[in-house]
Structures are given as structure tokens and as C-alpha cells.
Design a protein around this ligand. Structure first.
Ligand SMILES: *Cc1c(COP(=O)(O)O)cnc(C)c1O
Length: 382
């Protein structure tokens, strides 16, 4: 129904074979890694790039390099990639959660403005599911308040927001090349900045004297050809999304106004199954309480108390049809006050944590007849 992922493109095999034939694969720092860092700088209009072994360590290094210290507060969204919350904790800092934007999946700038804590050092914001964060507002708020900004662009390589590349709005931007990401080397990440003093902190943290958390030359060789196809793949993902939204009524309702913009990298397509009253699709027993006969046990990170059975039933049905779909992240709104601070009730985070279904970007690479079959597989009994 859709192309294989990771991509099986011949140019990836050729690039890796060339690295092996030349012996470059056996070097600490080879030409593919240098070239990749250079191209990522161009893609994100950044002066400095440092490749890392994962996006997760890149987030942690980003926070350290903007000066986050034990006891500091770092603002993040109560609904975010769970590793970001952990990265803050691992530094001995304390997450301060704000609610998600009612018109998106990232920090609500209005809520951010409410924060009055003097221990705040930095803001960590992610662009999720092809919907850009309100990054220009967040940037100017950070400037006004003297907060550093770490911009997590792991899901959106190549995306532009308000006239600037994602990752270039932050004091540091972060990319991931994890196995599920639109640019993949199985594992890997990158740090990006225009601030030389930040970049020299990366060197202090990583050069010991060999690179402590590197992306390998072979991984860089596998990534280079993918950069050339990024724009084309984004275009296909956009067209497939439009096709499916036209063909599948419940999906159109569930995606609602949060359609990924054209040109965005859509890592996952997010559908909110309770977006509108009665929107649990026909054929999905949305009113069955969790644990009742016929209900599907909660999935790992979605099995939180209060998760909506409608969502889990729908997911089970779609997974049984071979569709690459899963639940969204668990919302952090219930985390104990010992672990984090909170601004307000985080009601939007709770809803996102309970209701989002995420369709993988590999599905969105379907073209032609694959697209038709995909739409048919998404349709639900009336
Ligand atoms: C995947 C992801 C990460 C972590 O990247 P890894 O390379 O898997 O460690 C961080 N933030 C976001 C938003 C992500 O999607």
C-alpha cells in the first residue's frame, strides 16, 4: 500500500558502497560527515553544525550549551516528545510545563507569557506533525524575557516557518536522524546554531579528544542522498495527505484545520479522533468503557487512565489492516509537582494525549494506485 521504509533507493546503497571502497568509513571524521554538516548548515541557514549520535543527546547538549544548570527551570509544552522532558530532568533542571496551542501541538505563546518564574533559563519548543510552532512569537517573548530558546526541529527537516528555516529561530536548533524520521540513518542527530560561543561549548562537551557522541561516516554517507530527495518527498507527502483528506470523511474531520502546510515535512499526520462531537467514526464502539467486554486494552504509552476507548478501538482496527498508525505521546499534565512545575490546567495537553492518532510519513509516500488502496483501507464501516 506504500513504499518501504527505510527507503531502498539505489543511491543510498551506492553512497555507502563508495564510503567502504574508499576506506573513508574507517576514519573518525570522513568527507561525508563534513559534507553533511555543511549541507545542514545551508538547509537551515546556520553557521555551525555538529553531528551527534541521536536527536535525544542533541537536545540535552543544546540545553547545556545555552547554559542550563541544575536548579534552573526550563519551559516546555506539557505535550511533547517524552525524551525532551527527560533531557531537562537529567541536567538537574526542572521542567515548567505550559499548555499546548489550541490551534496546534506546541507551546501556546499566550500561556508562555503568563510565566513569571525568575529561575527560568530556557524554553524548549518542538514543531510536531508538520504543524509549525508559533515560533516567531515565542522567539520575541524569549528575547524580551532573557530566556534562551532551543528549537527542536527533529520532525521537520527542511521546513520553513515565517520566512526562516525551522531550527534557525532558536539559539540552538536540533535535528534527528532516528529510524522513524523523514531523514534517517537509524540513529543520529545534529546541533545547529549561529552563535560561535554556543558552538565552542559543543566542542568542550564532545571533543575528548575523539568525538564522544558521533554520527558515523557510514551514516553520513547514507544520509547525503536523502537530502537531495527531501523536497520531492515532502511534495509527495503533501499530495497524498490532500488525496486522503478528500477521500476519507472521518479523517478530514479528525485532522480538521490542522492540515500540514504545503512544503512542511510531515513526519506524522495527526488526527484527533474526538475533534468534533460524534466524530468517533461509525463502526468504532467509542462508548465502550476501558476494560469492558470488547474493549481493546490500552497501548503502552497510550494506556494512561482516562484514555479514550474510541481512539484505542480505532487504532486496533487500523493496525489490523496493516496501516502504520499509533497513539500520540502521553501528556505530562498529570506529572507530580515534585517533578515539574505547571502553568494552569494543561487542558489542551490532556486532550492531545488522549485523542491523537498518528499516521506515519512512510504511508504518505504512497503514489498512484497505492494511494487508492490506502484510502480504501482507511474507510470505516458506516
Ligand atoms: C525523535 C524525536 C527526538 C529524539 O530523536 P532521537 O534521534 O530518536 O533520539 C526529539 N524530539 C522530537 C520532537 C522527536 O520527534
Amino acid at each position: 500500500m506504500f513504499p518501504a521504509w527505510p527507503p531502498q533507493w539505489p543511491e543510498i546503497a551506492e553512497s555507502v558502497a563508495e564510503s567502504i571502497a574508499s576506506g573513508n568509513w574507517g576514519r573518525y571524521q570522513g568527507p561525508a560527515a563534513v559534507e553533511l554538516a555543511d549541507q545542514l548548515c545551508q538547509l537551515t541557514a546556520s553557521k555551525r553544525c555538529r553531528l551527534t549520535s541521536s536527536g535525544s543527546v542533541a537536545v540535552e547538549l543544546a540545553l547545556r550549551s545555552v547554559g542550563v544548570l541544575p536548579g534552573d527551570q526550563v519551559i516546555c509544552c506539557g505535550y511533547d516528545y517524552p525524551g525532551n522532558f527527560r533531557a531537562i530532568e537529567l541536567l538537574g533542571a526542572r521542567p515548567l510545563l505550559v499548555d499546548a496551542d489550541p490551534a496546534g501541538f506546541s507551546i501556546d505563546p499566550g500561556q508562555l507569557d503568563e510565566v513569571s518564574d525568575s529561575r527560568v533559563r530556557a524554553v524548549l519548543v518542538s514543531h510536531l506533525y508538520g504543524i509549525p510552532a508559533q515560533i516567531a512569537s515565542i522567539r520575541s517573548l524569549c528575547d524580551r524575557r532573557g530566556w534562551k530558546l532551543v528549537e527542536d526541529a527533529c520532525q521537520v527537516p527542511g521546513m520553513w516557518v515565517d520566512g526562516r528555516p525551522a531550527a534557525a529561530w532558536g539559539d540552538v536548533g536540533v535535528y534527528s536522524f532516528g529510524g522513524s524520521k523523514p531523514l534517517t540513518a537509524g540513529t543520529g542527530g545534529a546541533l545547529l546554531t549561529n552563535d560561535d560561543s554556543v558552538a565552542s561549548k559543543w566542542n568542550v562537551l564532545l571533543d575528548r579528544p575523539s568525538n564522544a557522541m558521533p554520527l558515523s561516516e557510514l551514516q553520513a554517507a547514507a544520509l547525503l542522498p536523502q537530502l537531495l530527495r527531501l523536497e520531492q518527498c515532502n511534495q509527495i507527502r503533501h499530495e497524498t495527505t490532500q488525496f486522503l483528506l478528500n477521500a476519507v470523511d472521518w479523517l478530514r474531520d479528525a485532522v480538521g484545520d490542522l492540515q500540514p502546510v504545503c512544503g512542511a515535512t510531515c513526519y506524522k499526520l495527526a488526527a484527533n479522533v474526538n475533534a468534533a462531537p460524534g466524530s468517533v467514526p461509525a463502526g468504532v464502539p467509542g462508548s465502550v468503557p476501558a476494560g469492558a467486554p470488547g474493549s481493546v486494552p490500552g497501548r503502552d504509552h497510550a494506556g494512561a487512565p482516562g484514555s479514550v476507548p474510541g481512539r484505542d478501538h480505532l487504532l486496533a482496527m487500523l493496525v489490523a489492516r496493516g496501516l502504520p498508525v499509533g497513539a500520540g505521546y502521553r501528556s505530562m499534565h498529570r506529572s507530580s509537582d515534585r517533578r515539574c512545575g505547571k502553568v494552569g490546567q494543561l487542558g489542551r495537553c490532556r486532550i492531545l494525549g488522549e485523542q491523537l492518532c498518528l499516521f506515519d510519513h512512510s504511508m504518505l509516500l504512497a503514489t498512484g494506485e497505492q494511494r487508492e488502496r490506502l484510502a480504501a483501507a482507511l474507510k470505516l464501516p458506516q
